[in-house]
Design a binder for this molecule. Structure first.
Ligand code: ADP
Ligand code: MG
Length: 912
């Protein structure tokens, strides 16, 4: 929600409030709540609808696609409003959350028919950052609420918590850049910012807040403001212990150890986050199972542009998951594993021992081929334990949830046996901590029926033999049912109505049903209850008394089952810590098994991680393109970069369009990234040193969807790279300087290349269509030239997609144009223009002394030639206007989207 939006609404509310005494009680009630919860959409129950008013109504109507109406239509104080039916609220809320809104739900608590004022209270607060399973969460992603604070020196902390899985993390940051990077990586759905920090009001224009807000807006993250107060380390560790202790005594020590040495900002942000969860949670508070403090330099930083360019989670073309890296790689079987893999991909490790121990685990699982298949089968039967447990501990879990949990747990003993056969250090460590939870599983199985209901107040939960009380009541109601059947048989005989039936519904209870044709035989003591189209329903005193005993036994049984279920759920909640620890182990095992499966299926190798700065890939492939076009169609390529000694660390890549430059660049980036999550890589072999950051800047031409002027985007991304890359980074630059005129484009590309080589010394691949740049190789010792192989066969040109040493002597643009089907005469003309250009750096008037039309005459291969411009029938006035409009466009100030829209408008006009 933007600030201006809050501002406008505040004004409107203020103007209405000044006339508050004229407002009906309902509107006054609304404004009262609104004042307390300005950041949320407020949904107020009015009879059968939840209504929204003012700006809330305007934005919600658009977001939900419901009709916007208004209250007091004809008065000058008409108020926009819209509403959704009370019964359908759960269908609408995920839509609002998905669009980044949060909601406060105020429900009526007094009967609508009752006399006196309608009573209302807040029944739910739903915000994007505090959500549980069942509220439209994506099971493959974490959902974070974050809070951050920086001090005057701009160091501080980011705290992020996912209540749906119970993980809470703190990252200390050294500066604003760090904070923004971490924010980008975590990409929370909601962020708490200080309205006051340690008692001092934080003005909006404070540098870091402004930048954090901007970043949050880019990330589509909902912002709320809360006071951040001074909290001592002792207080915060006590609160953390409370959150953890609820589950068990294990881990409490860990909490206090971990929270020791936290900065003041971290403590304060932690408190703000916990307070906020408390504030919006009605009912038991989410529990925290895992509290970790992150090292800021432990992970590879990948900025948003790079994530997009490498298509880690979605493709650039349509923004969907299909054909993204994660789509290819995610062979995990559990939701926990899937989320963990995504975390690893967005934050690969910089720590050698972490990477190597993961590699060893993957390697072992690659080798254990047939048992890996069995392991993956077992894992496939394990459900999202983490999110189930957060439902259990917040008392939301249904009987079916516990059944699902029990079924998942029953896989554990065999999974443990599998681990028992493993010898890599990582898997042995997993085994040591692996609790098979058989006691819990046994208890759940003995208590729950095989297919319990999803509601807790309908019975059908508790298994026979678990509670003698339930069994007795069941017998009683079972017997009573026998009596009913007996009564039915007797009545048939007594009345002579063979079709008479005892039936039941929720409204009328038990009744005799008699079809119309037999009505004459109904005895007089039968009391009519209901008339249907072709039958009537009756009761008798005897039936009524039986009904009472059936229903009361049933009601007591249901009540008792519910009590036992709640007891069972509390028991499971009490064991949450053990269950979560096992779940963590499962998620790791799942990711290792998935990486092993991937390596096996796609023939990946284990990269050797080396000290120093070397990057050497033998026969590397692009993991996704290889899959799309088929492995046998993909041409593997080597890559060597090294900044040590006399090494070449800056590869200047030239070559024709469509030759495979962008593919090569990305494949090197992806291989490095995969290596640093501990995965095998698509190559014959690889020796890689660790990098601290991976940057990419890829093809301006493709950025149209972003609505920014492409050159601006290009320069912004370049700025990030030159400012943030270090000598330990991997930089991949594709076609820089394309979005502007040739001369300044070349100038900028040259100086960026020089800067990267001289001042930063990062390992770089620099693909460019400016072959003038290849002269850098002569001047700079670290530069090597590589190019895309071409085979010229007479007139034909074939791209081999093989990367070789050397430079492209020209760009082959004309060949590509020819392949694309431009008419011969046009190409011929272009060749003339080019030679003229090459000779004198500018087009000579000589060229234009030979009109194009005359050349068409010479080169025309008849009918396919379009008429030259002067042969076009004289254009009508409309066309003149269009031409004028085109000439008036200020291309430099237009975004690609604006340009497209203009084009569309023109097209529409012309086709009318
Ligand atoms: P450039 O950046 O040089 O214009 P791209 O990297 O976009 O070229 O590649 C163009 C097309 O060529 C890709 O869509 C891909 O299908 C194919 N291609 C690229 N590299 C290879 C390769 N190594 N083996 C097989 N096909 C490739
Ligand atoms: Mg390209």
């Amino acid at each position: 929600m933007s600030d201006s939006f809050i501002g406008e609404r505040d004004e409107l509310i203020a103007s209405v409030q000044s006339n508050a005494e004229h407002l009906p009680p309902m509107m006054r009630c609304y404004l009262g709540y609104k004042a307390d919860y300005p950041e949320h959409l407020l949904l107020l129950q009015v009879g059968d609808f939840y209504e929204l008013f003012f700006e809330d109504a305007t934005v919600a109507a658009a977001a939900l696609d419901v009709r916007l109406t208004s209250r007091n239509k004809n008065s000058e104080n008409s108020i926009p409003m819209c509403g959704v039916p009370v019964h359908a609220i759960d269908a609408y809320i995920p839509k609002l959350l998905a669009k980044g809104f949060s909601c406060v739900i105020v429900s009526q608590t007094s009967e609508a028919k009752a006399k006196g004022p309608v009573l209302r209270e807040i029944t739910r607060i739903i915000t994007p950052g505090v959500r549980y399973e069942g509220e439209g969460l994506d099971e493959k992603k974490f959902n974070y609420l974050a809070a951050c604070a920086l001090n005057a020196r701009e160091s501080g902390a980011l705290v992020f918590v996912d209540v749906s899985t119970g993980s809470l993390r703190v990252g200390e940051v050294e500066n604003l850049e760090n904070l923004l990077e971490m924010l980008e990586r975590v990409s929370p759905s909601e962020l708490i910012l200080p309205s006051t920090l340690f008692g001092v009001s934080t003005k909006e224009n404070q540098n870091w807040l402004r930048k954090v807000r901007k970043k949050a807006n880019e990330l589509n993250c909902h912002i709320v403001m809360r006071p951040f107060v001074v909290v001592s380390e002792r207080d915060i560790s006590r609160r953390l212990e409370m959150l953890l202790r609820e589950n068990s005594s294990v881990g409490v020590g860990a909490a206090s150890d971990n929270s020791r040495g936290l900065s003041q900002e971290a403590c304060s942000a932690l408190a703000a986050a916990i307070n906020y969860v408390e504030e919006v949670s009605f009912g038991p508070l989410a529990r925290i199972f895992q509290f970790t403090v992150e090292k800021s330099n432990g992970v590879v930083f990948i900025d948003a542009a790079t994530r997009r360019n490498l298509e880690l989670f979605e493709t650039r073309i349509d923004g969907t998951r299909k054909n993204s890296l994660i789509d290819l790689m995610d062979l995990t079987q559990t939701a926990m594993g899937s989320r963990l893999l995504r975390e690893w991909l967005s934050a690969p490790s910089c720590e050698l021992d972490v990477i190597e121990s993961r590699q060893a685990a993957v390697e072992e699982l690659v080798r254990l081929d047939s048992s890996r298949a069995r392991l993956r089968e077992l894992l496939a039967a394990v459900r999202d334990i983490d999110r189930l447990m957060s439902r259990v501990t917040t008392m939301r879990a249904t009987p079916r949830d516990l059944r699902v949990l029990a079924d998942s747990l029953s896989e554990l003993p065999e999974i443990r046996r599998f681990l028992g056969e493993c010898s890599s250090e990582m898997l042995k460590r997993l085994l040591a901590d692996f609790d098979t939870l058989e006691d819990i599983c046994r208890k759940l199985n003995s208590a729950l029926v095989d297919e319990p209901s999803n509601k807790i107040n309908e019975g059908g939960i508790i298994r026979e033999g678990f509670s003698s009380n339930v069994d007795d009541l069941r017998e009683l109601s079972g017997e009573a049912k026998q009596w009913l059947l007996k009564l039915e048989a007797e009545e048939k005989i007594r009345t002579g109505i063979s079709g008479l039936k005892v039936r039941y519904n929720n409204v009328f209870g038990y009744f005799f049903e008699v079809t119309k044709s037999h009505l004459s035989k109904v005895p007089s003591h039968y009391q009519r209850k209901q008339t249907l189209a072709n039958a009537e329903r009756f009761s008798t005193d005897e039936l009524k008394s039986l009904e009472v005993s059936v229903l009361s036994a049933k009601a007591r049984q249901i009540e008792l089952e519910k009590e036992l279920f709640i007891e069972l759920r509390s028991y499971v909640a009490g064991e949450a810590h053990r269950i979560q620890a096992t779940s963590r182990g499962l998620s790791l095992l799942d990711v290792f098994a998935a990486l092993a499966e991937l390596a096996h299926r796609r023939n990946y190798c284990r990269p050797k991680i080396v000290q120093g700065t070397k990057l050497h890939i033998k026969a590397g492939r692009h993991p996704v393109i290889e899959m799309v076009i088929g492995a046998h169609n993909f041409v593997p390529n080597d890559c060597t970069l090294d900044s040590e000694g006399e090494g070449k660390y800056f590869a200047l890549l030239t070559g024709p369009n469509m030759g495979g430059k962008s593919t090569y660049l990305r494949q090197v980036g992806l291989i490095q990234l995969l290596a640093q999550i501990g995965s095998f890589v698509p190559a014959e072999s690889a020796e890689l040193s660790l990098v601290d950051r991976i940057f990419t800047r890829i093809g301006a031409a493709d950025d149209i969807a972003r609505g920014d002027s492409t050159f601006m985007v290009e320069m912004r991304e370049a700025t990030t790279i030159v400012k943030r890359a270090t000598e330990r980074s991997l930089v991949l630059i594709d076609e820089i300087g394309r979005g502007t005129a040739t001369a300044d484009g070349l100038a900028i590309a040259t100086s960026i290349a020089e800067w990267l080589h001289d001042c930063i010394g990062a390992k770089t691949i620099f693909a460019t269509h400016f072959h003038q740049l290849t002269s850098l190789a002569e001047a700079k010792k670290g530069v090597s030239c590589i190019t895309v192989g071409i085979v010229e066969d007479g007139d034909e040109i074939i791209f081999t997609h093989r990367i070789e040493n050397g430079t492209a002597d020209r760009s082959y643009g004309l060949e590509v144009a020819r392949l694309a089907g431009l008419p011969q005469p046009l190409l011929q003309r272009a060749r003339m223009a080019m030679s003229s250009f090459e000779n004198c750096e500018t087009l000579t008037s000589d060229l234009f002394n030979q009109p194009l039309s005359s050349q068409i005459a010479v080169f025309a291969d008849n009918s396919s030639v379009p008429p030259a411009r002067e042969d076009v029938p004289s254009s009508n006035a409309e066309h003149e206007l269009v031409v004028e409009r085109i000439l008036s466009f200020d291309i430099n100030s237009m975004t690609p989207l604006q340009a497209l829209r203009e084009l569309e408008a023109l097209q529409n006009e012309l086709s009318q």
